[in-house]
Design a protein around this ligand. Structure first.
Ligand code: NAD
Length: 503
C-alpha cells in the first residue's frame, strides 16, 4: 500500500497478477512512454509505458486462470474481501482523494466524495454477493426446474478520465462480487487511482490475477476487447468510441455495457423553488468543471421566470471560487487535459458564431488573479449562453465542459417533445413544486437516469445507464446483476422419461 507521503507517483506500472509489472525498458523513454500532466500547472507529474500486446495476452491468461478458482469460492468469502477493500479505501481517504485530484484536477471536496461513494459501492455489492441466486419453478410429477446465476468469466473494464476511481469501482465491485475476474484499462490521462486500487484489493485478500490494471490508450483497449478470452466488455467513454468498441465486441459475441455521453435536458417549470432550481442547474453544469456525462446542459426555463432565473444564476456563478483544487474551499478546478480545455473554448466560439448570446464566462481565467504556481493551469470560467435554439450545435452536441445553454419554453407538451429531440438519452431533470407534474414529465422523458427537484444524484442502489445513443445496459443497483452474470436453466426429471418411442 502506498504511504500518504508518497503522493506524487513518478513511474507507473501496470498491475497484473497481484504485482507491479516488470518494466520493458529502464530509461522510461521508450516509444510507448506517456506522461501524465498535472492540469493545475500543465507540467508532467508521472509517466508510464503502455502495456504491450504480449503483456496484455499474459494478463488475460492470468485473469482466466484465477477466475476458474474464484467462481467456486463461497459468496461469503467474496463478500468479506469486498468489505475489507472498502474499509481500506476509507482509511486512505486523504491519499486517495489527493491522487485523484492530481490526475483529474477535480476539487478535493469532490474527490473526497468519490472515495466514500466508491466504498459504498463495495459495501453494497459485498451485501448482494451473499444474496445472489436463481429461481425455481413447480413442474409436473415433482420434477425440478430452476435457474442458476453464473459469472461471465474474464471481463474487461475500460474507463473515461473524469471519474477514474468511481469507474474502476462501479465495474470491479459487482464483477468480483459475482465471481468474475476483470482486466481494467483506465483512461490514458488518469490511471493512478485504478493502480492504487489493485494494491488495495490485494491487501484486502483478493487472490492474485482477479483484478488487473493495464495501461495505455485506445490501441490497448482494442487489443483487450478483441481477445477470445474475454466474455464481457464494460465501456465508459464517448459515443463515438463506444460505437467502435461495441462493433468489435459484437463480432466476438461478447456481452457489453456501454456507458456513453449525453446532452441531457433540465426542465424548470414556473412553479419551481427558484433558488433550488438555480442550485440544480449549477450542479448540473459546473460540477467537475462540467466534465460529467449526465450533465443537464440544455436548461429549459419557463419563459415567465427566465429573467429572474438567469439573474440569480449569473450572480451565483460569479461567486464560484476557481483555483487550486487541493484547497477545500475551491469550487472549480482546471479542465483535466489540454485537448478538452481547447474543445470547450472552440465550442464557446462556435456558439457565438451561431448567434447565441454569451452572457457570462467562457474564457481562460485571468492569469493575474491566479497564484504563480497555477498560472499555466487549464482554468476556465463557466460559460452561460442565452438566446439559444434547438438547432444550434452547442445545444445538440456534447461539449463535456462548462457550457450551459438556456432555452425558454411556454408549455409542458412542447418542452417534453423538445427535451426528447436528441440522439442521446442519459440523464434528464425536472424542477417543479407540482409532484404530479414531476412524475408525469419524467415518465415521458427518454433518459435512463432522471431526477425530480435535484440533479446528478447517483446512489449505488439505483441502476445507472443510458437510453438511445447514450448506451446499453446498466451499472449499479440490481441492474449490475444482469450486467455481470448469466443465467443457466436446469430441468431435472424426477420420473421416467416420457416418450412415444417404442421401448
Ligand atoms: P473516450 O471515448 O475518448 O475514451 C474512453 C476510454 O476508451 C479510454 O480509456 C480510451 O483509451 C478508450 N478507447 C477509446 N477508443 C477506443 C477503442 N476504439 N477501443 C478500445 N478502447 C478505446 O472518452 P473520454 O474522452 O475518455 O471520456 C469522455 C466521454 O466519456 C464523454 O463522452 C462522457 O460523456 C463519457 N462518459 C460517460 C459516462 C457514463 O457513465 N455514461 C461516465 C463518464 C464519461
Amino acid at each position: 500500500m502506498a504511504s500518504k507521503s508518497s503522493l506524487r507517483p513518478h513511474r507507473l506500472r501496470a498491475f497484473v497478477n497481484g504485482r507491479d509489472q516488470a518494466l520493458a525498458t529502464t530509461a522510461g523513454a521508450g516509444t510507448r512512454a506517456r506522461h501524465l500532466i498535472d492540469p493545475t500547472n500543465n507540467t508532467p507529474h508521472s509517466f508510464y509505458e503502455s502495456t504491450t500486446p504480449i503483456e496484455i495476452r499474459d494478463a488475460l491468461q492470468v485473469s482466466s486462470d484465477a477466475q476458474r478458482k474464484w467462481k467456486l469460492e463461497a459468496p461469503a468469502i467474496r463478500s468479506r474481501i469486498l468489505r475489507q477493500a472498502a474499509d481500506i479505501i476509507l482509511q486512505n481517504e486523504e491519499h486517495l482523494s489527493n491522487l485523484e485530484t492530481l490526475d483529474t484536477g477535480r476539487p478535493i471536496r469532490e474527490t473526497q466524495f468519490d472515495v466514500h461513494d466508491g466504498a459504498e459501492c463495495l459495501y453494497y455489492y459485498s451485501g448482494v454477493a451473499n444474496t445472489l441466486g436463481g429461481s425455481s419453478y413447480e413442474m409436473p410429477g415433482g420434477s425440478l426446474a430452476y435457474t442458476i446465476r453464473e459469472p461471465l468469466g474474464v471481463t474487461v473494464g475500460i474507463g473515461a478520465w473524469n471519474y477514474p476511481l468511481q469507474s474502476a469501482l462501479w465495474k470491479s465491485a459487482p464483477a468480483l462480487a459475482f465471481g468474475n475476474s476483470i482486466v481494467f484499462k483506465p483512461s490514458e490521462f488518469t490511471p493512478s487511482t485504478a493502480l492504487w486500487l489493485g494494491q488495495c484489493y490485494k491487501e484486502a485478500g483478493l487472490p492474485d490475477g482477479l483484478f488487473n490494471v493495464i495501461l495505455g490508450a485506445k490501441d490497448v483497449g482494442a487489443e483487450l476487447v478483441q481477445s477470445d478470452l474475454v466474455s464481457k466488455v464494460s465501456f465508459t467513454g464517448s459515443a463515438e468510441s463506444g460505437r467502435k468498441v461495441y462493433e468489435m465486441a459484437a463480432s466476438g459475441m461478447k456481452k457489453v455495457t456501454m456507458e456513453l455521453g449525453g446532452k441531457s435536458p433540465l426542465i424548470i417549470f414556473s412553479d419551481s423553488d427558484l433558488d433550488n432550481a438555480v442550485s440544480g442547474a449549477m450542479l448540473a453544469n459546473w460540477y467537475s468543471s462540467g466534465q460529467v456525462c449526465s450533465n443537464g446542459t440544455r436548461v429549459f426555463v419557463h419563459d415567465s421566470i427566465a429573467d429572474d432565473f438567469v439573474d440569480r444564476l449569473v450572480k451565483r456563478t460569479k461567486k464560484l471560487r476557481i483555483g487550486d483544487p487541493t484547497n477545500v474551499t475551491t469550487d472549480i478546478g482546471p479542465m483535466c487535459h489540454r485537448e478538452q480545455y481547447q474543445k470547450v473554448l472552440d465550442y464557446v466560439r462556435l456558439g457565438q458564431e451561431e448567434g447565441a448570446t454569451l452572457l457570462y464566462g467562457g474564457k481562460e481565467v485571468d492569469k493575474s488573479k491566479l497564484p504563480d504556481t497555477l498560472r499555466d493551469g487549464l482554468f476556465l470560467t463557466p460559460a452561460i449562453f442565452t438566446e439559444c435554439n434547438d438547432n444550434m450545435r452547442i445545444v445538440k452536441e456534447e461539449v463535456f465542459g462548462m457550457l450551459m445553454t438556456i432555452l425558454t419554453f411556454s408549455d409542458e407538451e412542447e418542452v417534453i417533445a423538445r427535451a426528447n429531440k436528441t440522439r442521446f438519452g442519459l440523464g434528464a431533470g425536472v424542477f417543479t413544486s407540482d409532484i404530479q407534474r414531476g412524475h408525469r414529465v419524467v415518465s415521458r422523458l427518454e433518459a435512463g437516469c432522471t431526477w425530480i427537484n435535484t440533479y446528478n444524484v447517483a446512489p449505488v442502489q439505483l441502476p445507472w445507464g443510458g437510453m438511445k445513443g447514450s448506451g446499453i445496459g446498466r451499472e449499479n443497483g440490481e441492474g449490475a446483476i444482469e450486467s455481470w452474470t448469466q443465467l443457466k436453466s436446469v430441468y431435472c426429471e424426477m420420473n421416467d422419461v416420457e416418450t412415444d418411442y417404442v421401448q
